[in-house]
Design a protein around this ligand. Structure first.
Ligand SMILES: O=C(O)CCC(=O)C(=O)O
Ligand SMILES: [Fe+2]
Length: 280
């Protein structure tokens, strides 16, 4: 049986591949949500069968995930002992997960069938209204699955990349809500309110219970966010689709090794062609 994107994506509800009023209305909704709070969710983007196919595929490659652990603050910076102990920059939390590198997903498998679906990239670009928009050219990182289990976590942080496009494949048994304080550091760092989010007293936190099949677009550079602690035996799987601002970009060798446990010749061939390297 060959896979067809229309069996995986609910194209009847979300006709991303057809220009017209339905696609325009969807775009308008996503753009309004992004403008309002930096987050848009397209509920039930995948069909039930699509979710099942992506879960099977994720289960079959989960053991290829590269686990990493770090202790980090919300800014991914080093400790600064000159600041008071209760300063947000001095609050460190454990972060751990596994990334299943992109070359584990075959071109005719379900995850790449979704990614390569007619109109998918254009739809994401139109949602985000990014001028320079290219699929990441990194064969280990253009689309990956983020695996986490009970005891792992994604504590409070600001992203270093401008936007993230994720697809919920499977949730943990309980926990794992996506929590965010929209635009909390728009303008300035707003350390007082960040401190309230970190100590659980802020009223600016939105709690999103994403479900398998939901597509999320998130601008995490100004919005503090985390995945609430996971509980139970079932692993959480989230696919991450990556786009960058220049064609041909791949990750820097050191960062690639850290995230995916290995590198490919292309990482070394293209190393140093640009000053910085886009992270995932
Ligand atoms: O897994 C997710 O839902 C997103 C986690 C996150 O915020 C990140 O990896 O930057
Ligand atoms: Fe993040």
């Amino acid at each position: 049986m060959t896979l067809d994107a229309s069996r995986l994506i609910d194209l009847e509800r979300y006709p991303i591949h057809c220009n017209g009023t339905e696609r325009d209305a969807l775009l308008a909704q996503v753009r309004a949500d992004l403008a309002r709070d930096g987050c848009a969710v397209i509920k039930g983007f995948l069909t039930t069968g699509g979710v099942a196919a992506l879960v099977d595929e994720a289960n079959s490659v989960a053991d290829q995930g590269h686990w990493s652990k770090s202790r980090t603050n919300a800014y991914f910076t080093k400790d600064d002992p000159s600041l008071p102990e209760d300063h947000p920059r001095r609050q460190f939390y454990d972060r751990s997960n596994a990334f299943v590198p992109a070359d584990n997903f075959s071109p005719d498998g379900p995850l790449r069938t979704v990614y390569d679906a007619p109109g998918f990239d254009e739809f994401i670009r139109d949602c985000l209204q990014e001028e320079n928009f290219y699929r990441y050219a990194d064969p280990l990182a253009d689309v990956i699955v983020n695996v986490a289990e009970e005891g792992n976590g994604f504590p409070w942080h600001f992203d270093t990349n401008n936007f993230t496009v994720t697809l919920d494949i499977q949730n943990a048994e309980t926990g794992g809500a996506f929590e965010y304080a929209a635009g909390i550091r728009e303008g300035d760092e707003n350390f007082d309110e960040v401190a309230r989010v970190l100590n659980g007293t802020s009223d600016r936190v939105t709690v999103l219970e994403l479900e398998p099949g939901d597509l999320q677009l998130f601008r995490g550079r100004y919005s503090l966010h985390r995945v609430a602690p996971l509980k139970g035996n079932r692993p959480r799987y989230v696919a991450i689709f990556s786009y960058v601002q220049e064609p041909g970009m791949v990750g820097a060798p050191e960062r690639t090794k850290q995230l995916y446990g290995r590198t490919l010749p292309i990482h070394h061939e293209r190393a140093g062609q640009r000053g910085d390297a886009y992270i995932d």
